[in-house]
Ligand binder design. Sequence first.
Ligand code: IPM
Ligand code: MN
Length: 329
Amino acid sequence: MAHRIAVIGGDGIGPEVTSEALKVVAAAGVALDLTDFELGGKRFLRDGEILGDATLNQLRTFDAILLGAVGTPEVAPGVIERGLLLKMRFELDLYVNQRPFTGTAPGGTVPHDFVVIRENTEGPYVGEGGVLRKGTPFEVATQGSVNTRMGAERIIRHAFGEAMKRRKHLTMVHKTNVLTFAGDLWQRTFNEVATEFPEVETAYNHVDAACIYFVQDPHRYDVIVTDNLFGDILTDLGGAVSGGVGLASSANLNPARTGPSMFEPVHGSAPDIVGTGKADPRAAILSAALMLDFLGESATADRIRAACTQAVSGSTTEIGFQIAARVAG
Ligand code: IPM
Ligand code: MN
């Protein structure tokens, strides 16, 4: 039976790269039953919908969601990001944001291979806080970071499980020397869960030091687990040291499979290059491969990944055709 996929192309280059990803999956011979959802900044400007309950409930019925990119300069920052992307992550309980990096650092020769597992439902992303006396010289803004034992424990346990499937090495990244409350909760939880996985070797890095290692010694990493905001920042850096953000893919997972998981490139909607053919579709194509992994089609996903490692050239659609030709038949 064909997998039922909700497709949210979104804004900017989102629809362009998403259609290349779908072209490649079709060429690889996996049948997808696609339903398009027109959501994002453009839709919001037209009729005010960002992600209403009816649409959200419809999305819940799919096997997976494939997303391009959302956000447009005509809408204030945060409106679409919070109302659509973060709402899906929170409401669908996509608590794992898994971002693999297999690339060669600028100037490097040996490719590295590590994965960042970012907590995706807590931290400073929850929207806790507020503002007082706005616009006055006495303005006060707070933005709290929410960390629960349950939230830290489930992402850490997932990360240990992923490490068991790989080289059995897990690094926790945090800032325990400054964020002593959240950091202590994470560290104690990490140490406790580690006892369930005696075969996994563990390490800890402060996030600032991790930035240095990402650039100078990425080979030290296998699996990294970190909080929502550190994971956001580190995965852009991960992209930059792995061939560019044009190759960075991600899976927003609900491992319990109580609803659909969501797959999206790490890059944004890049409104400056819309329609120019300059968008690299490989991040979207590799995100579709992660979707295929989750749908039990790993052999096809591996073929798509292999096709993406060979050289490509030309416009968005030309790159799509080159990769599609490699995976066809
Ligand atoms: C990402 C993006 C999002 C995030 C934005 C668009 C809300 O940067 O997926 O990394 O911060 O999580
Ligand atoms: Mn980001």
